[in-house]
Design a protein around this ligand. Structure first.
Ligand SMILES: NC(=O)c1ccc[n+]([C@@H]2O[C@H](COP(=O)([O-])OP(=O)(O)OC[C@H]3O[C@@H](n4cnc5c(N)ncnc54)[C@H](OP(=O)(O)O)[C@@H]3O)[C@@H](O)[C@H]2O)c1
Length: 253
């Protein structure tokens, strides 16, 4: 959608979500922003209002299916959403040892169930209007399971594959679906990484790349391209060749 006027972004209180909110903020634009931290979310909302946007903030955990459904349906009835960006996510890995069950389950709950909770309640209404665009935040980590972050890679792979299939399924209904696959982007999530992150992308630049890709209705927005090519090739290698390589990579904290 070239010029969305009513936009919802989950995980807008920080990092890429906050940068996207600011990138879209302009007079005539209505932003619905969610996150869990009221102070940080409020600060992003204030900046977007100062840029001329009409802003509604909601402190909601994306894993709360009932609360999400209530908020989204009310919001969409009041102001039909043009663009929904399911961005909220968490990450953690195996730097401290095997992934604990609670960690793996929390990652799947936020990254996968949270995405479903953001998108599913809106599909019927979007289908009725035969319009709307859905953007799902996956990752370049979705192209191969990395030993340093098993649940994270798997949750992002599920989101990517779901989005790719959904795009074909919803095409006739007039709903667009885009999957976003960033490499390393500067944010509080990556600030914790104690290792070298190749081709780290500035947050505002990532937001601009994503906004441009969404405006042209791209199926997949993957960047930076050298890492994209690298992980894509890695996914093609037989595990007997790629496993020894991947075992040497640093693990997420
Ligand atoms: N940074 C990267 O290199 C990178 C690369 C590829 C993909 N991604 C993906 O991009 C998305 C944004 O990440 P980021 O780097 O911007 O990280 P971030 O700065 O940590 O932001 C994560 C956002 O998600 C929200 N969030 C987390 N758990 C939530 C929950 N249960 N309910 C509601 N909101 C929740 C956070 O809200 P609160 O802080 O208010 O809790 C925050 O606004 C994530 O899906 C991440 O996996 C990031």
């Amino acid at each position: 959608m070239r010029d969305p006027r009513s936009i919802l972004i989950t995980g807008a209180s920080s990092g890429i979500g906050a940068a996207l909110a600011k990138a879209y903020a302009a007079p005539g634009v209505r932003l619905a922003l969610s996150g869990r931290d009221p102070a940080r979310l409020g600060a992003v909302g204030a900046l977007c209002r100062a840029a001329g946007a009409q802003v509604e903030e909601a402190v909601i955990d994306v894993t709360d299916r009932v609360a999400m459904e209530a908020w989204l349906t009310t919001l969409d009835e009041r102001q039909p959403l043009d663009l929904v960006i399911a961005n909220a996510g968490i990450s953690a890995g195996t730097a401290a040892g095997w992934e604990r069950p609670e960690q793996a389950r929390a990652i799947f709950a936020v990254n996968l169930q949270g995405t479903l909770n953001t998108v599913l309640p809106l599909l019927a209404a979007m289908g009725k209007r035969a319009s709307g665009q859905i953007a799902l935040m996956s990752s370049l980590a979705s192209f191969r399971g990395f030993p340093g972050a098993p649940a994270y890679c798997a949750s992002k792979a599920a989101v990517r594959i779901w989005g790719e299939a959904l795009r074909g399924d919803l095409w006739e209904a007039g709903i667009g679906v885009t999957v976003i696959c960033p490499g390393y982007v500067v944010s509080p999530m990556t600030a914790r990484n104690q290792f070298y992150m190749p081709l780290l992308v500035e947050t505002d630049r990532a937001a601009r790349i994503i906004k441009r890709g969404l405006a042209s209705g791209r199926a997949r927005i993957a960047f930076p391209w050298p890492i994209y090519v690298g992980v894509w090739l890695l996914g093609l290698l037989p595990p007997a060749l790629s496993d020894p390589l991947l075992r040497r990579l640093p693990k997420k904290g």
